[in-house]
Write a protein that binds this ligand. Sequence first.
Ligand SMILES: Cc1ncc(COP(=O)(O)O)c(C=O)c1O
Length: 391
Amino acid sequence: MIDPEEYGFSTRAIRAGHLRTDEGEHGEPIFPTSSYVFDSAEQAAARFSGDEPGNIYSRFTNPTVRTFEQRLAALEGGERCVATSSGMAAILSTCMGLLKAGDHVVVSRSVFGTTVVLFNQFMAKFGIEVTFVSLTELAEWEQAMRPNTRLLFLETPANPLTQVGDISALAALAHQNGALLAVDNVFCTPALQQPLALGADIVIHSATKYLDGQGRAMGGAVVGSEEVVGNDVYSFLRTAGPSMSPFNAWIFLKGLETLKLRMDAHTKNATLLAQWLEQQPGVSVVHYPGLESHVQHELASTQQSGAGGILSFELEGGQEAAWGLINATKMVSITANLGDTKTTITHPATTTHGRLTPEEKQQAGIGGGLVRVAVGLEDIEDLKQDLVRGL
Ligand SMILES: Cc1ncc(COP(=O)(O)O)c(C=O)c1O
């Protein structure tokens, strides 16, 4: 196995974490086994007590999943990664592992709709107090801090308006108050942004998105230090079992091998499409951090090495115009997923953010005329052709 510290990003993405077996296989093997056989009763006891490292049961120890965990940790610059069955399972495991009744969390209002529901409906039910604030207003975060604030949670760039949060400033605020900062890095992936290097304590992934990259499998991950992720987050996963399957881990390993190439290509296509959309009649605003017109273009340029593949835009004609545009497409896929080689289009107000109340939608800036495009890797002229019909 290579020592990740000695190698660059692309090499780590291709080779980190693979401990070759005695078969000498070149590709990473899949271990489809639920349990493992011990040499003796003594060894079984030592494994279960933790005195001897090694595999026990695939809910929490599987070599293919471990290879994925070590590779992603090497890419994010974290000591430890815990792989989960989905991105939401990663957020849930973080909360269940690190929070207790009476704790307070501060969450960006601009997070994925289901994340809002998780905090509002479920974490609240277990006595965890939640305050939602504007991702971009540092003063709101400062005012929200309380003595019992344990976690700050954000996505940057945020879904679907691509607002950018200042990771270093929010990490400093969290640490001054004895809290942790968790960053959902789904939109950028470590190929474009490494939150731990900017001071964050925890990185969350929906591997379902760009880590896979071809829309095939569900998965997630939590990355951070051994202390934060390796104890209580791992312990929750081991106990409750929202674990990644070894088959999915193998798919994500293959995805990671081309991550950098794909993220650069997504960024190139999205930049061209965003610039073109800005010129189109009926489009009132285009949200994309790579555009100079984006309010936080400068901040995005300092903490990201590329703007990524997601953009959204607002149509003057409201929901009717947005649905008209979506229905006029012939090639791009009408689906809420993102992070695929295939371009996808969605209407956030009635899909990903449909469960928010009208007030929450208004506060989050999700209007009826908003359309989100997760720009894939098709020919850019074909993408323009497909959208211009509905414009
Ligand atoms: C930014 C972000 N975080 C988390 C999730 C949840 O991931 P999953 O669908 O894998 O549970 C999503 C899903 O769309 C997402 O877009």
